[in-house]
Design a protein around this ligand. Sequence first.
Ligand code: HEC
Length: 293
Amino acid sequence: MKRLIFIFTLFFASNSVWAVVAPADGNTTNIYTEILIVLFLVALLLLIVSLVLLKTVRVMANEIKLPGIIPVAEPAKMLEYEEWLTTEKSEKSSKQSAWNKLLGLRPISEEKDMMLEHDFDGITELDNPTPVWFNAMFYASILFAVVYLLNYHVLEWSPLQNEEYAIEMKAAEASKGEFLAKAANLIDENTVKVDGDAAVLTAGKTVFMQNCVACHAPDGGGTIGPNLTDEYWIHGGTVNNIFKTIKYGIPEKGMIAWEKTLTVQQTSDVTNFILSLKGTKPANPKEPQGTKM
Ligand code: HEC
């Protein structure tokens, strides 16, 4: 018995530790907690069943326990024994009666009254009452079924599996859209802002030096590509125009679309870097192209 209790305690303890530790990982929380709840209920049921069984065995064993050898030869001692037996019995019966009721157990002395009429080759049958705990579970399950039916199929308060799935998918879709909107498309040619922050310009310069100098020269004076420091722009000189030119490029004129190579942030940074070049004096400026802005 002690060992059994120890094992169950260990099981519950480890479960609760797991329950505390598992939610640290955001995505798996739901599945783990659901599995945990099921495991917990199964363990609880096992515990209850084994306790009831154990107690039943104990009660039955006590019922027929005898205090060693009966001293038949000595009448005085025999009387003493009988006295002991009655007090023992009454003590025990008061202690056990509640439990016996719950388990539906009847003392062996009442067996004669419970015997059924029929007899199969000397084997008879007792008409034991159904235990209270069993009846309680039986009625509870009926009640549960009614509540379940009303909740899921009649009043439709809670969603069924398929609906639950659809709801979860919809929520996931919404949060996915939100995430994409935030992470990737926060800046585009319509929302890009002028930002003269030193950190932005440094980052933009790095992008420019790595990708653009071959055609626009390190100082932006232009070689194959046009001069980016003057007031003349072929495709417009606003922050939005420049962002758009860099993002989609002018492929037919030799200006690459940088959409796939640069992140949105990098494109925004290099746009601001180009804006900061305005009015600087490059070493070999290319002749103006486009219209004056
Ligand atoms: C392979 C050569 C090449 C590279 C590399 C290149 N460009 Fe260009 N770029 C051009 C050409 C050519 C044009 C002119 C397109 C036209 O005539 O319509 C141009 C045009 C531009 C314009 C528009 C200028 C205007 O007057 O409207 C901007 C802004 C620009 N490039 C920025 C960049 C940035 C930023 C990079 C690096 C991320 C870059 N370019 C890399 C060749 C290049």
